[in-house]
Design a protein around this ligand. Sequence first.
Ligand SMILES: *Cc1c(COP(=O)(O)O)cnc(C)c1O
Length: 390
Amino acid sequence: MKLIDNVSADDLSQSIVNPVFEPFQNTVIPVAQPYLPDRKRLDAYIDGIYQRRWLTNNGPLVQLLTERLQAFLGVRNLLLVSNGTLALQIAYRALNIHLPVDGKPAEAVTTPFSFAATSSTLVWEGIKPVYADIDPASWCLNPEHITQQITPQTRAIVPVHVFGNICEVEEIAAVAEEHDLKVIYDGAHAFGVGYKGGSALSWGDATTLSFHATKIFHCIEGGAIVFKNPEDLERARHLINFGITGPDVVEAVGINAKMNEFSAAMGLSLLDEYMINIEGREKIWQRYYRELSDQVIRQKRMADISHNYAYYPVVFEDTAQMLVIQKKLLEINISSRRYFYPSLDTLAFFNASEPKIASRDVASRILCLPVFYGLPDNIVSKIIDIVNGK
Ligand SMILES: *Cc1c(COP(=O)(O)O)cnc(C)c1O
């Protein structure tokens, strides 16, 4: 790909009039590739945007996507926002987690085995992340370890449904109840996952979702918060729009976290094609599941949950072996990602604490393999051979 570097204004105007697209040389197979909907379908939604000229501020497509997602996911009180990071920040604010306790910063017990945003959003809101360790098999927070980290400053528990595996939600609810804490799940990986016949997203006081391009369901950029209580949803609705509650009324410190109509158009188009996307992923997922050797360790999935086939993580015997496999894959132009690495409890700017052993251990040996709609079968075969040490 040619980067726009050392181009004159003349070159630029030329390229605007007559854009020269070099075919995108996607020589390396990525770990995730965004699903793109049929152009005609997307265009039909966009035609409506052009007719209405309503581009943002809770437009009709955002309203329609809200309704359709609630029905599809089987949840209530869903608020669309501009990304999954702001979804977390708004959720903390709506539930007043950010307020100091006795003049000291509030604390939230969270997991070190996650994407950086789970912790960075806490720090950004002035909340101190306090790490509890994960279960070494499920890779989700261990409820007993949560209890050990609770102090008088603790206001919330922020667990993550890691790779779409659901946390021990009943145990976490019991801990929260006993200590009078709020629970905010980072559900960025758990889109569409069911638990015991209901939605896994209905647990906790709030669950956040990310609709970033690389996630199974996306809006290019986007996210959502599913609240337990409608009053929290109403507070959040104002927070994402500068704290404005009516004409000439600003009631609280807000921010801009609104979803726009073009993002909603993408989301609606993808929702129409969701089953095509998922069936394509499931085929690949099932091949890894059946054909990878028992030597590689898989995530122990919670009972009674459904899959969304979003990720295929594998854990190797040690870091050295994992790095060898990653290198061999790259030699034939297949990428894999050390996801999640590093363990967040190693980062001083979050809250490096005493080592969380299980999190650091899994993080040091884990690799996510490519899973996406359209990944060719012969590539999947090559990945399986290399991971199996052939
Ligand atoms: C993707 C992701 C986020 C952040 O979502 P964005 O939409 O990219 O801001 C947060 N937490 C987890 C676990 C994620 O995977």
